[in-house]
Design a binder for this molecule. Structure first.
Ligand SMILES: [Zn+2]
Ligand SMILES: [Zn+2]
Length: 247
């Protein structure tokens, strides 16, 4: 008799037997909740306030923000799970530099829950790393995120359609004003995307300059209805630090 046919074992019991307890990456407490425990999950900065549908910047009633009205980015919508803040920043850093690759899978699942399943794209493309950076880091966290999302939604992931052709300084090292210039012509797409709807996946959207440059490269190859799927959206702390460089 297999374990599944046992009369007194429900699914939850089976899972509790199979899944070992593991320490939460945030508080260290043992649980079977996954990478981080349910208590820590409730403390994460989910983006639950009304926000601009184009760039995910909070707006009073969820309307398109002033920046997008004045100069709309090439991508037409953004899905973001979190605002980029403590303690999520620690997890993102862990995924990116600490090589806690399992986090990419966990974040991919979170992103999955927020994606509008009624309007799915034809292709999924991850924010590419320059080959030199890829060699240095050994992996592309956005590619891992995109792979989880594409697999679960049964969408086609194009891992090699777009390339980063210039090894630019990290955007985070630059003042916001210079980020747009930094990534101009940084990307190149090799695949004909005529008439294809494309979702771009990245870990964090800050000024949107990188995503916009990638979206421009996709658009040049004929991609349409380009959307951004990101784990976290950097939010301004005050009006004076508003995201004026989203262009
Ligand atoms: Zn915890
Ligand atoms: Zn906006």
């Amino acid at each position: 008799m297999s374990i599944l046919s046992g009369r007194f074992l429900n699914i939850r019991t089976i899972f509790e037997q199979i899944l070992p307890e593991q320490p939460c990456v945030l508080c260290g407490g043992m649980s079977r909740d996954g990478l981080w425990c349910n208590a820590c999950d409730t403390d994460l900065p989910y983006l639950d306030v009304p926000h601009c549908p184009v760039c995910a910047l909070p707006t009073p009633a969820g309307e398109v923000c002033g920046h997008c009205l004045v100069q709309a980015p090439v991508f037409s919508s953004t899905t973001a799970v979190f605002g980029y803040g403590f303690p999520l920043d620690k997890l993102i850093q862990g995924m990116k530099y600490g090589e806690q690759l399992a986090l990419a899978h966990g974040f991919g699942k979170k992103l999955l829950q927020r994606i509008d399943k009624s309007n799915l794209p034809d292709y999924v493309i991850a924010m590419p790393l320059h080959p030199a950076k890829l060699r240095e880091r050994g992996f592309n966290q956005s590619q891992l995120l995109a792979a989880t999302v594409a697999r679960e939604l049964k969408l086609e992931l194009l891992p090699n359609a777009c390339r980063r052709v210039r090894d630019t300084p990290p955007q985070s090292a630059l003042p916001w004003k210079e980020r747009k210039k930094n990534v101009r012509n940084a990307f190149c797409c090799d695949k004909d995307l005529t008439g294809k709807r494309v979702a771009l996946v990245d870990d964090v959207l800050t000024t949107g300059a990188s995503l916009n440059a990638l979206a421009a490269a996709v658009s040049i190859k004929g991609g349409i209805e380009i959307s951004a799927w990101v784990v976290a959206r950097t939010l301004p702390h005050s009006k004076s630090k508003g995201l004026k460089t989203l262009e």
